[in-house]
Design a protein around this ligand. Sequence first.
Ligand code: 5GP
Ligand code: ZN
Length: 109
Amino acid sequence: MDCIFCKIANKEIPADIVYEDANVIAFNDLNPQAPVHFLVIPKKHYESLNNIDSDEVFKNLFSAIPKITKKLGIEEYRTVVNTGESAGQTVFHIHVHVMAGREFKWPAG
Ligand code: 5GP
Ligand code: ZN
């Protein structure tokens, strides 16, 4: 499958990896929108939030986040999951954006 995030998960293309365990991998965003901006993805391919077939995937994705932020000394951060083109999804392998290091506005644009 021609999926850029599968290729990152399989180490076929390089990424600045900040965390990895058996189920997920996290790496810095290529085009950061904040001083800290990394993405957490399941190693298994799911197109979006709409395709996840097991609650374990949510647990694996979100439980990794505080582990990573703690390691980075971050207590406050924005998490975003874009689902579908109109919501801003451009890579169709589910990912959680984690951003920190600046003020974030609400509602998001
Ligand atoms: P989306 O718009 O789908 O929510 O987010 C996709 C994110 O992936 C974007 O923030 C974009 O900068 C990032 N991205 C796209 N291609 C690559 C890549 O090859 N490497 C890394 N590290 N990030 C990427
Ligand atoms: Zn994929």
